[in-house]
Design a binder for this molecule. Structure first.
Ligand SMILES: [Zn+2]
Length: 217
């Protein structure tokens, strides 16, 4: 079984959406300081690092993280190469490339920049509304992107989130697809079961072909 980690590492210095909580890990107990064990606590925004968005994030329904359907996050998925897109992924960039799959992960020039601890990039590659509409029309139930939003930083009214979440398309943000070849995989990216969560962190991996050519798992 070939497992590819497509999560970013939660650690000091990880870029966060401007104005939102970032990652912080504090010590509760340390053996080196006389504690019985090493114990820590975390403070983080629910949209920090690799995470999913719940429909309630934009008020489209009452559905929050604990009740998101897991078949959206444990599913066959296709990684689509969009590394040639400079700014906004459109319908034309996806047309004819997402047939026969239910989940689409978009690999762009963003991949690797979060993991490298680069500062927040307001010019990140994102979806435009025509691409979101095309995903819905194509019956896609999950879309994943490799920066902190499916939406452009300067978009007003969050149209891409609204189109996707209103159609119950699951959104995964903050992936790192830099080590992944475009193609078909099994995605595992279950969100943490957080009651009332507008989003939730997840550990995202792809399971790929084994040397024998059979899909692992
Ligand atoms: Zn989010």
């Amino acid at each position: 079984m070939h497992i590819i980690d497509i999560s970013v590492t939660l650690r000091d210095g990880l870029a966060a959406w401007p104005g939102e909580d970032y990652w912080r890990l504090d010590k509760t107990l340390r053996i080196a300081e006389g504690g019985a064990a090493n114990v820590s606590r975390i403070t983080m925004g629910l949209h920090c690092g690799t995470h999913v968005d719940a429909p309630w994030h934009f008020g489209l329904s009452d559905q929050t993280a604990e009740s998101l359907p897991l078949d959206r996050f444990i599913t066959p998925a296709r990684v689509v190469d969009c590394t040639g897109v400079a700014q906004a992924i459109t319908r034309a960039d996806l047309a004819g490339r997402i047939d026969g799959t239910a989940a689409v992960l978009l690999k762009t020039a963003n991949s690797g920049t979060l993991e490298s601890l680069a500062s927040f990039n307001r010019q990140f590659v994102h979806l435009d509304p025509s691409a979101a509409t095309y995903l819905v029309e194509s019956g896609i139930h999950t879309v994943g992107v490799d920066y902190l939003s499916v939406e452009g930083f300067f978009a007003e009214g969050a149209p891409v989130h609204r189109i996707l979440l209103a159609a119950r398309v699951a959104i995964i943000e903050g992936l790192d697809l830099s080590a992944v070849e475009p193609g078909d995989y099994t995605l595992v990216a279950a969100p943490l079961k957080i009651a009332g969560g507008d989003g939730a962190p997840c550990r995202a991996v792809l399971i790929g072909q084994t040397a024998s050519g059979r899909v692992g798992l």
